[in-house]
Design a protein around this ligand. Structure first.
Ligand code: SF4
Ligand code: SF4
Length: 318
């Protein structure tokens, strides 16, 4: 994929990513929720100078591509523009132009060229059973390349690894009970293979786009963010949902919802896992700030390392 330079202001307008719209994504949607104060000044400076761009290689293992979709669906500005023109997205199986052997050769060439300086984004778990044959990600020189082969080869060359989504961060649905494919989290996989590249877990099924973009921007401007004990950025995963829930008063007064359509009551009796879940969904919300799970259903603890086995049945009390 051709590396795209960040263009001067006029050309930025032509391309669809203006300085204003980029700032809106990385700070506007994050205003008042932690990252703005941490990242803004450095980011603005970087933009004034002509933004430093950070090479990213994005690979997909055992997942549903939902993490890419959540990111690419983001607006103000479209995340695809941010990824293509602001950071330097060098490889992404869903959105890149090249394909097949050419795409794989490009991936290896980029990893070599940016050795130690690029971030490897892993979406999906890594299936390790049967020599990794459950997930073939490409072919080179008439040889199939498994997700296992790819991560083993590329991760040691990366400066950092971002495990995007609960499947990559903790194993998630592919590693749920049954797990015939030997689905493994990125952290466990790297550990098992003696690879010491630092990992940032951005869990969620899918993660919020701001968590992904915010973490990448933090990496770009300030290095690896402060992580919790499960390797997730504290700025996004540091707070308990129940403790901050708008229905906490109802909980304390014993007003419990019996149905999902109840506009006010606490959802605990119908399965809410908010008390065991740490993420800032309650104030960030989803669908461009429109709503979040507890408005319409319950928190199923999708960001948690125990998801889904530890949080099912979703609609029964924990
Ligand atoms: S709805 Fe869930 S998160 Fe909110 S107060 Fe009740 S149990 Fe806690
Ligand atoms: S509210 Fe709970 S289930 Fe919904 S996105 Fe946040 S952590 Fe996941």
């Amino acid at each position: 994929m051709k590396d795209v330079q960040l263009l001067p202001e006029m050309q930025q307008k032509k391309s669809g990513v203006t300085r204003r719209s980029f700032l809106k994504t990385v700070t506007g949607t994050a205003a008042g929720i932690g990252i703005a104060q941490m990242v803004n000044p450095a980011l603005i400076q970087a933009l004034e100078k002509g933004l430093k761009r950070h090479p990213v290689i994005w690979v997909q293992g055992q997942g549903c591509t939902g993490c890419s979709v959540t990111l690419l669906n983001s607006t103000s500005p479209p995340i695809a523009d941010v990824l293509l023109k602001v950071i330097s997205l060098q490889f992404h199986p869903t959105v890149m132009a090249s394909e097949g052997e050419m795409g794989m050769e490009n991936l290896y060439a980029i990893a070599e060229e940016y050795k130690g300086r690029f971030s490897l984004v892993v979406e999906g778990a890594i299936p390790t059973a049967e020599d990794g044959k459950y997930c073939i990600v490409g072919e080179a020189h008439h040889k199939e390349i498994t997700m296992v082969d790819l991560v083993k080869e590329i991760a040691p060359q990366a400066g950092s690894v971002l495990a995007i989504g609960t499947c990559a961060a903790f194993g998630g649905i592919p590693a749920a009970e049954g797990n015939v494919t030997g689905a493994t989290s990125v952290t466990d996989f790297l550990k098992d293979n003696g690879i010491s590249t630092p990992v940032v877990n951005i869990s969620g099924c899918p993660p919020h786009p701001d968590w992904i973009v915010g973490s990448i921007v933090h990496l770009l401007e300030k290095g690896i963010p402060e992580l919790d004990e499960e390797g997730r950025p504290m700025i996004f995963y540091g707070e308990n949902i129940h403790d901050n829930c708008p229905r906490l008063d109802a909980y304390e007064e014993g007003e419990m919802s019996e149905t999902l359509s109840d506009p006010k009551g606490c959802r605990m009796d119908i399965g809410c896992k908010g008390p065991d879940t740490y993420a800032d969904c309650y104030k960030r919300k989803w669908n461009s700030g429109m709503n979040w799970c507890i408005d319409n259903a319950v928190c199923i603890g999708c960001v948690s390392s125990g998801f889904p086995d530890g949080t099912t049945p979703f609609y029964e009390p924990a």
